[in-house]
Design a protein around this ligand. Structure first.
Ligand code: NAP
Length: 390
């Protein structure tokens, strides 16, 4: 490609979005940000547009439009979910970074793939909800398609993607997803009943948006990541393993048919996988300290505590059931996490709400994006009822 990569950063005001803008700013010759989107932070979005000279922005929540002032000359601002999705289809966009949070990202992923863009995917929920429909649009498992149409940004999946490069699909025996264990590793169920929002938001290794941080505290995040890996790489659930690795230095591993294991190691900094999604198949320099193995001393691995962190089992069960079950799980979880963050539900209430919704869900074969959105709405309504009656 001649000229810089033209990128739409959707979810630009969030944790991933801000780090993506940091990476883009380091490589002005190679990356040009041409579109930005957010949900409610109109003033921040407008300031980003001004700083980067962006021509198109969108704000999902129309009520926040008055915050959008002082745009660069010629910049167009639109509001509403459809306006956000439209940015993924613009003719002058080569790559869409989907950094929205939650199932709201589903249509962005669909639009980017349908319009032939490269999709750099941080928004794992789109694959959890719509993996069955999105992966055919991506042309199949990501490591089997050249040139790549979908590049994972999630650190574990970026690691797996990199371990799989150049390897035949039939040589893969297992994927090993590493998990830090979150802030409550080693705690038992009873001790989690009264944990506060602040305790749950204090992740030991990563600084992230609130929703994924709570998902990391309940280990739902790792369950969602197993479903994400299943769709991205076309690997059966029985061949995806989770191992708790508190140092978070090994980002994930692939075991091959001959017993060899390739691991991806590095510092815990999301700017690295974000940058790799932009530089692939090349690698650019990064201003980060390398892993100091002598200082690290040792790498530990242990089995997750399935009994305490019940979200993990619920997610795997939904993944195995398949069809619309992961969409229902995700919708229920989003509502339960929001209720915890608002102080309306204890942390241990999250898995109870998700379980209640899953017990009432009759999974169907996935037929359309509209059906998945219906299931998402249904799960949110059921979860809201379960929280109100808890
Ligand atoms: N943060 C990490 O380190 C990390 C690591 C791996 C994977 N991920 C995944 O990356 C995604 C983003 O995570 P995050 O931590 O960056 O979340 P975050 O900090 O909460 O940011 C979310 C971004 O999405 C925007 N947004 C939310 N709802 C939207 C909607 N309906 N339409 C348009 N924009 C919307 C937000 O805008 P406002 O600011 O206006 O609300 C914000 O820009 C998640 O799927 C997460 O699981 C994150």
């Amino acid at each position: 490609m001649s000229g810089p990569l033209r990128v739409a950063v959707l979810g630009s005001t969030g944790s991933i979005g801000l780090q993506a803008l940091y990476v883009a700013a380091r490589f002005p010759e190679r990356v040009r940000v041409v579109a930005l989107a957010a949900n409610r932070q109109g003033a921040v979005l407008a300031a980003q547009a001004m700083r980067l000279g962006v021509g198109r922005i969108a704000l999902a929540d129309e009520t926040c439009a008055p915050e959008v002032t002082d745009l660069p000359p010629g910049c167009r601002c639109a509001t509403g979910a459809a306006a956000v999705t439209e940015l993924a289809t613009l003719p002058d966009v080569d790559l869409v970074l989907n950094a929205l949070v939650g199932a709201a990202g589903l249509r962005v992923s669909e639009a980017a793939l349908r319009s032939g863009k490269v999709l750099a995917l941080a928004n794992k929920e789109s694959l959890v909800v719509g993996g069955e429909l999105l992966m055919p649009l991506a042309g199949g498992p990501v490591h089997a398609v050249t040139p790549t149409r979908l590049i994972p940004v999630d650190s574990e999946h970026s690691a797996l993607f990199q371990c799989l490069l150049g390897e035949p699909a039939d040589a893969v025996a297992k994927l090993w997803l590493t998990a830090s264990g979150g802030p409550f590793r080693g705690r038992d169920r009873a001790s989690l009943e009264g944990v506060t929002r602040a305790e749950a938001l204090a992740h030991p290794r990563w600084t992230m948006g609130p929703k994924i941080t709570i998902d990391s505290a309940t280990l739902m995040n790792k369950g969602l990541e197993v479903i994400e890996a299943h769709y991205l790489f076309g690997v059966d659930f029985d061949d995806i393993r989770i191992v708790v690795h508190p140092q978070s230095t090994v980002h994930s591993m692939v075991e091959f048919a001959d017993g060899s294991v390739k691991a991806h190691l590095g510092v815990t900094d999301m700017r690295v996988p974000i940058q790799y999604a932009l530089s692939h198949p090349r690698r650019w320099s990064a201003p980060l300290p390398p892993v100091d193995f002598a200082a690290l001393g040792r790498l530990e691995f242990e089995e997750p505590d399935w009994a305490t962190f019940r979200c993990l089992g619920l997610a795997l069960e939904a993944g195995r059931v398949g069809g619309t079950a992961p969409a229902a799980l995700n919708g229920a979880n989003e509502v339960a996490v929001a209720a915890f963050l608002d102080g309306r539900l204890p942390l241990t209430g999250i898995d109870r709400v998700v379980e209640t919704v899953m017990e009432r869900h009759d999974a169907e074969v996935v037929t359309s994006f509209e059906q998945l959105e219906d299931v998402d709405r249904w799960a949110r309504a059921r979860a809201t009822l379960a929280i109100a009656s808890a």
